[in-house]
Design a protein around this ligand. Structure first.
Ligand SMILES: [Zn+2]
Length: 343
């Protein structure tokens, strides 16, 4: 059983200490409540859960991505034991009916993407399969009771040059994993890096035990009754240097992305994020996810994630993107009409 990496825990402590002197980041325009562009027609509904968490619904089909609510404090994450706060997860998820969700997507195995998933899968999205990398599957191992519901992405990822495998979930949902990476958290250092090669028999006790594995992004298609794409969504849960994380050119050529969910956290650790992704995905709309401080309780006043100059990110975004984009507060609901691009 791997023990928590002392190096990684020390690095987190450095992160904690280093941040006490950080200035408040400058924030751009945000949104809360409901953004409804559907004019009462059929819609793609997206709910921001916080961190990398989203619920996506269209045509009666649902996809959940990276639900995470526990938000352990900096200190706890750096040095102490952490575990999913099941009462909090249940309290947050009871507002949403995801009992028929087809799949839960996990881009990498870090605790803020994977740790709350077992509770969500057993109590809420009870019929969903789980799509993630082999490391995440091994982190869940035998203790999480999810082995029979896991779909492992390794070996099936698409790249900018070549499509990967579509994982289909019922007649109207398909998801393609995209080969990506995880940008450093600061100064070129990525925390909790590594792979889990054997199934664990108990949950990792520390944040450092939640290893990332091979990070992936996802292309998600909601199809209509005839198999045409009604909504195409791109989802990433970590910043990455292009062309990692890109969608295959030939797929985007045929049908650009309707909604791209992009991550600002630590964007300046790599070049051309977000510019390169806007060029690759040609999104009609952009939503920022995983942008707020997830080391504080969910209902604390929202602030930008540490070590990220959100204002600078948003400035760069608007320089290359003239479409609609939002930085949602937790709980914001979006309703978008079906896309008609590339038909
Ligand atoms: Zn991560």
């Amino acid at each position: 059983m791997p023990t928590p990496g002392v190096g990684a825990r020390a690095a987190t402590l450095l992160l904690v200490l280093g941040l006490t002197g950080a200035c408040a980041p400058q924030l751009g325009p945000g949104v809360e409540g409901t953004v409804d562009l559907s004019e009462g027609g059929p819609a793609l509904k997206l709910i921001y859960l916080g961190s990398g968490g989203w619920i996506m619904t269209a045509g009666g089909e649902q996809v959940v991505a990276g639900p995470f609510f526990t938000n352990p404090s900096f200190l706890r994450t750096g040095l102490l034991r952490i575990e999913a706060d099941t009462a909090l997860i249940d309290d947050r998820m009871k507002e949403h009916d995801v009992s028929n969700a087809r799949v839960i997507l996990i881009g990498h195995g870090h605790y803020d993407h994977a740790m709350d998933v077992p509770r969500v899968a057993h109590r809420h999205a009870t019929s969903a399969r789980i799509l993630g990398n082999r490391t995440t599957s091994n982190l869940f191992g035998t203790w999480a009771g999810l082995a029979h519901r896991m779909d492992v992405t390794n070996g099936f990822e698409g790249t900018v040059e070549e499509p990967g495998r579509w994982f289909t979930y019922g007649p109207r949902v398909r998801v393609m994993p995209l080969r990506s990476k995880h940008a450093p958290h600061f100064d070129g250092l990525t925390l909790y890096q590594g792979s889990a090669d054997v199934p664990r028999t108990e949950p990792p006790a520390h944040a450092a035990g939640w290893l990332d594995g091979e990070t992936i992004a996802f292309l998600i298609d909601f199809l209509d009754g005839e198999g045409h794409i009604e909504h195409r969504i791109y989802y990433q849960d970590a910043v990455v240097a292009e062309p990692w994380g890109f969608a295959p050119d030939e797929l985007i050529e045929a049908r650009p992305v309707d909604v791209a969910i992009l991550v600002p956290a630590t964007f300046d650790q790599v070049d051309w994020h977000p510019e390169a992704f806007i060029e690759n995905l040609r999104p009609r709309r952009i939503l920022l996810g995983h942008w707020e401080n997830f080391f504080v309780p969910l209902d604390a006043p929202t602030k930008a994630v540490m070590l990220t100059d959100l204002g600078h990110f948003e400035q760069r975004l608007t320089r290359v993107f003239d479409g609609e984009w939002w930085r949602p507060e937790i709980g914001t609901v979006f309703r978008f009409p079906p896309g008609d691009r590339g038909r």
